[in-house]
Design a protein around this ligand. Structure first.
Ligand SMILES: [Fe+2]
Ligand SMILES: [Fe+2]
Length: 292
């Protein structure tokens, strides 16, 4: 079973300024001025070539498909992503896909365009708990993002959602699962996040997950790549593949991971984007032990 993990695609879309309101205006201006050129579509085309070459059995995208959650961004992203084989994909939303109050709930654009690509809702209420079985592995998706002020991008997964997920997995007799969540549950010491950016109750989530740990926790949000090996506190791999479509600089690596799964054993390869060759090539893994 080969899993291709992509994240934080932040597809560039032109939006007429008069169609924006509130927080979206500031967010969009900031994006156009500072970030838009950093996400050329050429990198996406190179990802599609890699997909063909690497032939994964499943493709996970751990959020931040858009920038300010405008409908035209979801439409455009939907067109680009339609090149991927539908049966193999598993998406979850990121904070940029839940940018405003309108981007949350049953009628949100994420739900309109990507719900059927995000697995089956297994929650009895409106809470976001999604599961999709691809071949012999179950992917579990959480939505850690909330619409916040322009200065905030922190995440939260309520403890009852964690407990309920584990109960559902017990009921369905699912033992081996991969958990996908936009915000990291662990960061390397030199890439710690502020309380404005991190998963605020991550210790609580990690403690609850100990009852039935996933094989791996796939995430994005911090735009660079890393892998943490299973440890005492978090007995699973933590894998960050953000951003797969952003031109690299000293703080941000552009890459993705290919995860080969054999039972609970993982072989992980990292690929980074080579600007001069317009292609992804294998690169050394950036890996850590829990207590570094
Ligand atoms: Fe992002
Ligand atoms: Fe994010």
């Amino acid at each position: 079973m080969k899993i291709l993990h992509l994240s934080d695609l932040h597809f560039p879309t032109r939006i007429p300024i008069f169609q924006l309101k509130g927080k979206m205006i500031v967010g969009y201006l900031n994006y156009t001025l500072r970030r838009k050129k950093k996400y050329p579509l050429q990198i996406w085309r190179s990802i599609l070539s890699s997909v063909e070459e690497l032939d994964p059995d499943s493709i996970v995208i751990s959020g931040d498909i858009t920038n300010v959650s405008h409908e035209s961004e979801f439409k455009e992203a939907g067109k680009l992503l339609s090149e991927l084989p539908k049966k193999k994909v598993f998406y979850i939303p990121g904070n940029h896909d839940r940018y405003t109050q309108d981007a949350v709930g049953k009628n949100a654009f994420y739900e309109k365009y990507f719900s059927d690509l995000s697995g089956e809702s297994v929650s009895t209420n409106d809470d976001y708990i999604r599961i999709k079985k691809i071949e012999n592995i179950h992917f579990v998706g959480w939505d850690s993002s909330l619409p916040l002020s322009i200065l905030d991008a922190y995440g939260n997964v309520r403890p009852d959602i964690v407990s309920r997920t584990l109960t559902i997995l017990d009921e369905k007799k699912i033992r081996n699962y991969i958990l996908v969540c936009h915000h990291p549950i662990w960061n390397p010491p030199h890439r710690q996040e502020t309380s404005h950016h991190k998963l605020i109750n991550r210790e609580e989530i990690a403690s609850l997950l100990k009852r039935k740990p996933p094989i791996a926790f796939l995430h994005g949000h911090v735009h660079t790549n890393w892998v943490k090996f299973p440890g005492e506190e978090l007995p699973y791999y933590v894998i960050n593949s953000a951003s797969s479509t952003r031109i690299a600089d000293s703080r941000h690596e552009c890459g993705f991971h290919l995860i080969e799964l054999n039972g609970r054993d993982l072989k992980i390869k990292r690929y980074t984007y080579q600007l001069e060759q317009s292609k992804f090539t294998e690169a050394p893994l950036v890996s850590y032990w829990e207590k570094e």
